[in-house]
Design a protein around this ligand. Structure first.
Ligand SMILES: *Cc1c(COP(=O)(O)O)cnc(C)c1O
Length: 229
């Protein structure tokens, strides 16, 4: 499993060079290892190599791995979340990246209240207006953010997007730029409960461009583990 270590080293170097290119401190950027479909042995290797942030798409898969991976990783739910599954994960994840409806935000709030906790979340924005993608539209994002700030047991921490799959990552630069602008705009306009710290964007194919355009959470799976079969 040495390739995991080698891939990780390369990704760290790319993160550093992309950050520097943009005049940013590389330490501002957190790598989330995306572990969907990956067996526990390889995930454990990644955690043992020092990657403490892990991202999963599915609740069931997250729960299973949550119990078995040691080393106290921090779990992120990055895939679409159904309202009826919130109760299973609300006390287990550090950050839910994929909040895209008020109904879902309210359910996270309610279940967090029952656990006497506050859950951190991001709004997923469908910035490129793709029909196949989840997320709120760019135009609805501010209003949605405002309504979330009235919920007491959730904490809006920022925005997330899944950019289009493109052959050349440069094609997504404009999308990432737009996300950054939206992020700053919402951050400026929210006048209470404003903890907008995170801009989650960039995957294996385009994380360097995303970092150059302001991402501080990047979600990388294939680049670490190789392609998922
Ligand atoms: C699968 C997935 C990723 C990682 O994608 P890679 O191309 O394998 O790096 C990131 N974010 C989300 C939401 C995903 O579903």
């Amino acid at each position: 499993m040495d390739y995991i270590s080698e891939n990780l080293q390369l990704i760290k170097e790319h993160i550093e060079s992309a950050a520097k290119k943009a005049g940013r401190n590389p330490n501002e950027v957190t790598l989330i290892g995306v572990t969907k479909t990956i067996e526990e042995e390889r995930i454990q290797r990644l955690v043992d190599l020092g990657v403490k942030n892990l991202g999963e798409n599915r609740v069931q898969e997250l729960l299973q791995k949550y119990d078995n991976i040691t080393g106290k990783p921090v779990w992120h739910l990055i895939g679409h979340l159904q309202t009826n599954k919130v109760k299973y994960i609300v006390d287990k994840v550090a950050l839910i990246h994929s909040v895209d409806s008020l109904k879902l935000a309210q359910e996270i709030d309610e279940k967090s209240r029952q656990h006497n906790s506050v859950t951190q979340l991001l709004i997923e924005v469908n910035i490129a207006n793709e029909e196949s993608k989840f997320g709120v539209s760019e135009n609805d994002a501010l209003k949605f953010a405002e309504s979330i700030t009235f919920l007491k047991n959730v904490n809006l921490k920022g925005l997330m997007t899944v950019a289009p799959f493109v052959a050349n990552p440069e094609e997504n630069r404009g999308i990432f730029y737009k996300m950054r602008k939206l992020f700053i705009d919402i951050k400026d306009k929210l006048d209470h409960n404003n903890n907008m710290d995170f801009l989650s964007m960039g995957m294996t194919n385009d994380y360097q461009v995303a970092i150059e355009e302001g991402a501080n959470l990047v979600r990388i799976g294939t680049g670490i583990f190789g392609s998922r079969i």
